[in-house]
Ligand binder design. Sequence first.
Ligand SMILES: CC(C)(COP(=O)(O)OP(=O)(O)OC[C@H]1O[C@@H](n2cnc3c(N)ncnc32)[C@H](O)[C@@H]1OP(=O)(O)O)[C@@H](O)C(=O)NCCC(=O)NCCS
Length: 184
Amino acid sequence: MNNKYKIFEISKDNFDKIIPLSDKYLGDLYLSKEELVQNGMRVIVVSDIRSKKIVGFISFGVGEAQKFLNESKIKSKSLMNSDIVYIGSIAVEKAHQAKGVGTWMLEEVVRKTNKLGLDTIMPAWLKKNDDVPAIYKAADRVFFKPLYQINDYWKERSIKESWLCIDCGTPCCCSAVIYSRKSF
Ligand SMILES: CC(C)(COP(=O)(O)OP(=O)(O)OC[C@H]1O[C@@H](n2cnc3c(N)ncnc32)[C@H](O)[C@@H]1OP(=O)(O)O)[C@@H](O)C(=O)NCCC(=O)NCCS
């Protein structure tokens, strides 16, 4: 793993480098550099050492839960009043999937933030034709636990921002399972 890939955090000046991966695996216009910067997100990438290409990314932020999560979608009042580590998006290039890259990036977010003592929250995409999405398996490996499922999680946002979910276009009618990981 480590002699094939490199993992590192990129500066906001380089956020545009992950947009093609987001467009391809999450949907056109789902993410923009400007939005990531505005929301104070941080981005960790994995690159292929030989080709130097970025093959995966994960975005995350630290701050008040209300900043990241829509109150109507979150069932826990105590969570909404807390600071959290929030995982926004994760994607890995197809040719590099199932090689541990996604799990490695989740672990890296945990490694960088665990000392803060905050819960990490990730709305994980439930794909229509996927019995157990890879993201759930990766989350499980890094000791995330599923809390509950929310249908139409991204619907309003997809309409407002006109982005095209790769599964259902606009509006996005996908569900999310809210995953949480306690720091320890
Ligand atoms: C979800 C995603 C980031 C996982 O990245 P990854 O690098 O493939 O993850 P890993 O290699 O660490 O694999 C994690 C687990 O998923 C499994 N997995 C990965 N790709 C798979 C595939 N295509 N088919 C079946 N299982 C797969 C792995 O075997 C592993 O399971 P295990 O722990 O039981 O061995 C990647 O599949 C992806 O980019 N998917 C498209 C975008 C997406 O769905 N993002 C999630 C948004 S919340």
